[in-house]
Design a protein around this ligand. Structure first.
Ligand SMILES: Nc1nc2c(c(=O)[nH]1)N[C@H]1C(S)=C(S)[C@@H](COP(=O)(O)OP(=O)(O)OC[C@H]3O[C@@H](n4cnc5c(=O)[nH]c(N)nc54)[C@H](O)[C@@H]3O)O[C@H]1N2
Ligand SMILES: Nc1nc2c(c(=O)[nH]1)N[C@H]1C(S)=C(S)[C@@H](COP(=O)(O)OP(=O)(O)OC[C@H]3O[C@@H](n4cnc5c(=O)[nH]c(N)nc54)[C@H](O)[C@@H]3O)O[C@H]1N2
Ligand code: SF4
Ligand SMILES: [Mo]
Length: 700
């Protein structure tokens, strides 16, 4: 047989590398980077390279299962769909629409989130739609919305080669977005661009930094405010120019008086001179690109971290120009598409808000329903859904493409909540996962490459990911599962689709005139080609590289807001009982809860077990050394890990990767979220995964 090659887009991180997938005899045999693709030009990282292994992995789900008398039993699709639809209808009838909720992953197709929006908001009448974007990008979204009036990332990857300064904050891109890191490193080499990294650990990313601000975790707002203070104090801000496109300069200036480098040095632990040096580098830069990620978003001050970072770009005119602006890489492959189509409980499709009456009317008119049908208040965030399972207000939860029993904070509380559901439906590609183990209904899903639909990458580029192999057994695409359940619930008229393309064509109508305008795009245009950047309103339109080039922003006054944001310490700080600050994060060879990467031998072996990174100084005080098995405990629970001694982490801080859990290998006590704190940023409702006070003792 001979290999056929199919163009696709990476299903892991949201950078959106173009891939070529080789299929032979119905099997995926090789994945390479697509040459000429503007995102990666042939490059790819180890996650994409090992994708064939996901198709051959053990424990793929091939048949639906129902839990009967406590035992999971294989059933037909008809039985499974009948059971799910019937139970949902009964619960809605008895307890009302807000007793049910949907929670999906941000690698789901835009088409899938469109369908679930229609089912939940228009047909059932609840806004309880959530996605793992709540754990990932909710603060980026809220940060952009408050600063520029729209959750629309303004810059693009082509800026990388034009920048002369990269400010990389709370983002270990060398590990988490390696192809982006290669581009940044190459730009530094070719153009002499400078790199500033803010991270409590000397990561592989920080290794190329000209200035590494190794701050105390959680203190970024104080740092950013001090940088802005120095910019204003030392004459790096052209005030007249800045006042033309921003509001709030005067208030900000007054507010920042107290944030001297000396004060910030006390709070952040960074030397004063280094803060001044970093501010001067920003002031002197002609084109600064900022990247930030979970070191910002996994924090109770996440949105303020975002706002104060944007202040730096606005003050120095580094916005919406070639080589300059904020770029937030999205975590999962379709995180931005999910935000555009309304995959959070406060959103409506087409970058609209539940709380906005005009938006509700527009969407209701489009769907042909009375505007009152769409509730004017946001649904529950995922943490509040779990709380609702605990207090009985939520009876049914439908989970697809995400693994909340491992990825949400304070796992024991989450698992106890999930176990209380009258109906827990989980659609996944594997069983067991931490979440499928708790389900009453398990639905076998087709994965990336076994179904067709669209992704939107972090620079607003829309791409078609097409089916190139058959799903195993009876597995079905999530979109098909959705329309089958919807029809069974009685919504045949609303769900007449026979293909994802039907769904896409309908969804486009809700993007007209919006910053995510997709009306110039068809599957045909996308097929085999590189997709355009949104907005792309007409078939002739080439797509939009950068937004707000005229410095007209989406806020009511047309200006971007310079926001005075006070530093507030993390909700939990070290004390006598729990003297260390735990941060969590990622490794190069594992992805999130590891259901896919943990099943690929090469990746499994390269990072087989969990560890806790401890500074040599702290290790001496605690009395532990390399390889010791310890118990890391917080007020919520504890995990077991092996000590990894390190000179790269700030003393007082320890790090545990977020990938390891119970479903693979039965090591439930390795799951770091047993320890993390379920508190969240009140503005974005994003959990503070990174900052928990812990103590370490040698395990018995
Ligand atoms: N290999 C791999 N790649 C991935 C993923 C994966 O699981 N594996 N997951 C994808 C997803 S969903 C996401 S969201 C991204 C996440 O990508 P990143 O955000 O880059 O990854 P993390 O390791 O979670 O956190 C980044 C850094 O934040 C630092 N940090 C912690 N607390 C603070 C703080 O208070 N301030 C600052 N400034 N820094 C802090 C940590 O030390 C860490 O180095 O990666 C994506 N790419
Ligand atoms: N402590 C700590 N916790 C964290 C983080 C952290 O840094 N620290 N990071 C947070 C972040 S940023 C994120 S994004 C979340 C990620 O958390 P999750 O979304 O829970 O993580 P994944 O492992 O990506 O889960 C994806 C699930 O979907 C399944 N799947 C894959 N493809 C398909 C498909 O096509 N259809 C269906 N139905 N299922 C599919 C996979 O097998 C897997 O079970 O974790 C969060 N949790
Ligand atoms: S950098 Fe991200 S998009 Fe590119 S190959 Fe790696 S995981 Fe995929
Ligand atoms: Mo994420």
């Amino acid at each position: 047989m001979s290999t056929t090659w199919h163009k696709s887009t990476c299903p892991y991180c949201g950078f959106g590398c173009g891939l070529m997938v080789g299929v032979d005899g119905g099997r995926v045999v090789k994945v390479t980077g697509m040459k000429g693709h503007p995102t990666n030009d042939g490059r790819l990282c180890v996650l994409a390279e090992t994708l064939p292994g996901v198709f051959d992995a053990r424990e793929r789900l091939t048949r639906p299962m129902l839990r009967r008398q406590g035992v999971l039993t294989e059933v037909t699709w008809q039985e499974a769909i009948g059971h799910v639809a019937g139970t949902l209808m009964a619960i809605i009838h008895e307890h009302g629409p807000d007793a049910v909720a949907f929670y999906g992953g941000a690698s789901k197709l835009t088409e899938e989130y469109y369908l679930i929006n229609k089912l939940m908001r228009a047909c059932i009448g609840t806004n309880n739609i959530e996605s793992s974007t709540r754990l990932c990008m909710a603060s980026t979204a809220a940060g952009l919305l408050s600063t520029i009036g729209a959750d629309a990332p303004p810059a693009c990857y082509a800026d990388i080669e034009h920048a002369d300064l990269f400010f990389i904050a709370g983002n270990n891109m060398a590990v988490t977005v390696p192809v982006l890191f290669q581009r940044v490193r190459a730009a530094k080499k070719a153009n002499g661009a400078k790199v500033i990294v803010a991270d409590p650990r000397r990561t592989d990313t920080a290794a190329i930094a000209d200035i590494h601000l190794q701050l105390i975790p959680g203190t970024d707002v104080a740092l950013n405010n001090a940088l802005a203070h120095v910019l204003l104090r030392d004459g790096f801000v052209d005030k007249e120019q800045v006042e033309l496109y921003t509001s709030g300069l005067c208030d900000l200036k007054n507010f920042l008086k107290d944030y001297t480098p000396a004060v910030a040095s006390q709070i952040t632990g960074c030397p004063q001179q280094q803060i001044v040096e970093a501010a001067h580098a920003i002031g002197q830069s002609k084109a600064m690109l900022t990247f930030w990620f979970q070191g910002y978003n996994h924090s109770s001050q996440a949105v303020f971290k975002n706002n104060t970072l944007h202040n730096l770009s606005l003050l120095t005119g580094n916005f919406c120009r070639v080589g300059a602006g904020p770029i937030s890489i999205t975590g999962e492959s379709n995180a931005l598409g999910c935000r555009f189509v309304g995959a959070l409980s406060h959103l409506l499709p087409g970058m609209r808000l539940v709380t906005n009456a005009t938006h509700r009317q527009e969407v209701a008119d489009f769907w042909g329903i009375p505007a009152e049908k769409i509730k004017p208040v946001p649904g529950r965030s995922i943490i509040d859904i779990i709380a609702g399972l605990h207090n009985g207000e939520i009876k049914a939860l439908w989970v697809a493409s995400t693994n909340p029993a491992a990825s949400l904070p304070h796992t024991r509380w989450v698992q106890q909540g999930l176990a209380k559901a009258q109906l827990l439906v989980v659609a996944d590609i594997f069983h067991p996962t931490e979440t499928t183990m708790l389900a009453n209904v398990i639905l076998p899903a087709a994965q990336w490459g076994e179904k067709t639909g669209t992704f939107v990458s972090s620079e607003r580029r829309i791409e078609l990911v097409e089916k190139f192999v058959q799903p195993p057994g009876e597995a079905l695409p999530d979109y098909e599962i959705m329309w089958l359940i919807a029809r069974q619930m009685g919504f045949e008229r609303e769900f007449p689709y026979t293909s994802p393309e039907d769904v896409f064509e309908e969804w486009k109508g809700l993007t007209r005139g919006r910053l995510c305008d997709t009306n110039g795009v068809t599957y045909r245009r996308l097929r085999g080609a590189v997709g355009p950047q949104l907005p792309c309103p007409t078939p002739e339109h080439p797509g939009t590289e950068r937004l707000f080039g005229n410095l007209e922003f989406a806020r009511p006054d047309g200006r971007a807001a310079l926001l005075a944001r006070k530093y507030i310490p993390p909700l939990e700080t070290p004390d006598e009982e729990y003297p260390l600050m735990l941060i969590t994060g990622r490794l190069a060879c594992q992805f999130n809860t590891r259901t896919r990467t943990g099943r690929i031998d090469r990746l499994y072996r390269s990072a087989a077990g969990s560890f806790v990174e401890v500074s040599t100084e702290d290790a001496r005080v605690i009395g532990v050394t390399e390889g010791d098995v310890v118990r890391v405990s917080s007020r919520r629970g504890s995990v077991v890990a092996e000590v990894m001694l390190s000179e790269r982490i700030r003393p007082g801080t320890v790090f545990i990767p977020c990938h390891f859990g119970g479903a693979l290998g039965g090591e439930q006590d390795r799951l770091v979220n047993l320890v993390t704190n379920p508190v969240y940023d009140i503005h974005s409702k994003q959990p503070e995964f990174k900052l928990s006070a812990v103590r370490i003792v040698r395990a018995e």
